[in-house]
Design a protein around this ligand. Structure first.
Ligand code: DND
Length: 226
């Protein structure tokens, strides 16, 4: 299948999954996997799936960030491309959906705005916001952090390169300071990062088996990260 057909299929499947989620009225446990996804890779996907499985979540919403406040603009490609790649990457998992809430929003993208919006849409739900351990260790800089913790249960996934002692200390500190509800999960090590993938592409090194094959095709077809 060529890349434009893959994308068309991903859009249709994503719409169907989203409709299904919105028509269910019973209490739901919804995971949010927020990220710049520049590009999305198996580390993101495996983490989301591990959290879904462990906490028996009904759905995971992947939330590509529109204009992330914490990243330099120079290194981030267009949000439409990041959104498309995320849709393609999540296509084969019935529990995964990709949202355009953040890429449609003007200005800087803050998680607090997303959580407020999601709480309005999914009134009868518990929201789990999934972060890798590195994101959790840097969380003090987030806008209205205390309010974030009021609206969602946070899940810190252990990530290669981050000491578990450091993560546990951080979680204890956040629990004390904000009365935050934070869960900690061990995810099998996948030492993959978007930064490393971008460098490999620039150096024309292989990225095979580090991210879904269809995402790899999309990157080459659109000449991204060169
Ligand atoms: P990143 O840019 O770190 O995402 O953003 C993560 C989330 O934090 C996004 O939803 C942002 O909007 C939010 N944020 C950041 C800063 C400020 C604010 C909000 C605010 O509201 O003020 P990446 O694409 O780099 O990674 C996505 C997630 O996947 C991260 O949590 C990262 O730690 C994790 N991850 C891995 N987890 C396990 N194994 C790997 C991973 N690679 C990335 N190999």
């Amino acid at each position: 299948m060529n890349v434009s057909d893959i994308l068309k299929k991903a859009i249709i499947i994503n719409k169907k999954k989203s409709k299904k989620l919105h028509t269910r009225t019973k209490f739901k446990k919804i995971g949010i996997m927020g990220g710049t996804f520049n590009p999305i890779h198996y580390g993101h996907l495996a983490t989301a799936e591990a959290v879904r499985n462990r906490y028996d979540l009904d759905q995971i919403i992947f939330m590509p960030s529109g204009n992330p406040p914490h990243k330099s603009k120079a290194e981030i490609i267009d949000k439409e491309h990041r959104y498309n790649m995320t849709m393609i990457a999540t296509m084969s998992n019935i529990y995964f959906e990709t949202s355009d809430i953040e890429i449609k929003r003007e200005g800087m993208t803050y998680t607090i705005d997303t959580l407020c919006e999601l709480k309005k849409i999914h009134k009868n739900s518990q929201i789990f916001f999934i972060t890798g351990a590195d994101a959790l260790c840097d969380i003090d800089s987030w806008k209205y952090l205390d309010k974030n913790f009021e609206l969602a249960t946070f899940v810190g996934a252990t990530r290669p390169g981050i000491e578990s002692n450091e993560v546990n200390q951080k979680i204890d500190q956040l629990k004390q300071k904000y009365r935050a509800n934070i869960l900690n999960i061990y995810v099998p090590s996948l030492d993959i990062s978007s930064t490393d993938l971008r460098e490999r592409i620039k150096k024309t090194e292989s990225i095979k088996y580090l991210l879904p094959e269809n995402v790899e095709k999309y990157i080459y077809k659109n000449n991204l990260y060169r």
